[in-house]
Design a protein around this ligand. Structure first.
Ligand code: KIV
Length: 263
């Protein structure tokens, strides 16, 4: 596979071809994800939960993210690697620039930040200086304490309107990708249609341009699985088989199904 770039993903959206993102945090799994045919790898701050055993992503630091980004990037030269900016590392544009530089120098091709309108200025500043940005809206896990738990977002007309407005604004600010997490499927489909940039869904139904899952969830290794998670190890002999099954299911439209979605 040739190196995946943002142009590859833009073309896939234009052609109506779904692409795949899977989280990875180390070299071996990054290689397996890449070999399975996923176009993008997310070095997610979910590592705070699945690797470090915390009950949220809040304890993750920029040093943790830089270390795991380096491990992933050594092993997956073809995939586009997105690295998460951890909690409180992008409260100002200047702080974001310093911390995003750290992740880009660790090998990432894009950084991900949770938030909408308030991030516009930061997104513009990073993009203008050569750092592509993936935004993240809906259930943004770093705000778990504000939400009062890991809860579906965008269920009221007011919340839905606000998520749509945020999505348009972050696109206008220059974001290259958008992750929508745990929002009703009709809202995610509407946003994906309205935006020119590719939208990656997780718990956001089948109407987005791509899907992402946390690797440990799709391998059935997480104690508690959310409604939108499917265990792709079922019916497979090994991890490689499960990763390929997820990639194929996303591309063919077999995953996610109605039962994985929120109304
Ligand atoms: O950290 C992560 O793995 C994420 C995904 C859940 C999208 O942000």
């Amino acid at each position: 596979m040739a190196k995946v770039t943002i142009s590859t993903l833009d073309k896939m959206k234009e052609a109506g071809e779904r692409f795949v993102c899977i989280t990875a945090y180390d070299a071996t799994f990054a290689r397996l994800v890449s070999e399975a045919g996923a176009e993008t790898i997310l070095v997610g701050d979910s590592l705070g939960m699945v690797l470090q055993g915390h009950d949220s992503t809040i304890p993750v630091t920029i040093e943790h993210m830089a270390y795991h980004t380096e491990c992933v990037c050594r092993a997956a030269p073809e995939a586009l690697v997105i690295a998460d900016m951890p909690f409180m590392t992008y409260t100002t544009a200047e702080q974001a620039m310093t911390n995003a530089t750290r992740l880009m120098q660790a090998g990432a091709q894009m950084v991900k930040m949770e938030g909408g309108t308030w991030l516009s200025n930061t997104i513009s500043m990073l993009v203008e200086r050569g750092i592509p940005v993936c935004a993240h809206l809906g259930l943004t896990p770093q705000s778990v304490n504000t939400f009062g738990g890991f809860k579906v977002q965008g269920r009221t007309p007011k919340e839905a309107k606000s998520i749509l407005a945020d999505a348009v604004e972050i696109q206008d600010a220059g974001a290259s990708l958008l992750v929508l997490e745990c929002i009703p499927s009709h809202l995610a489909a509407d946003i994906s249609r309205k935006l020119d940039i590719p939208v990656i869904g997780i718990g956001a139904g089948a109407g987005t341009d791509a899907q992402v899952l946390v690797m440990h969830d799709l391998l059935g290794l997480s104690g508690h699985a959310a409604r939108f998670v499917q265990n792709f190890m079922e019916g497979q002999d090994n991890i490689q088989g499960a990763l390929k099954a997820f990639v194929q299911a996303v591309k063919s439209g077999a995953y996610p199904r109605e039962e994985h979605s929120y109304r």
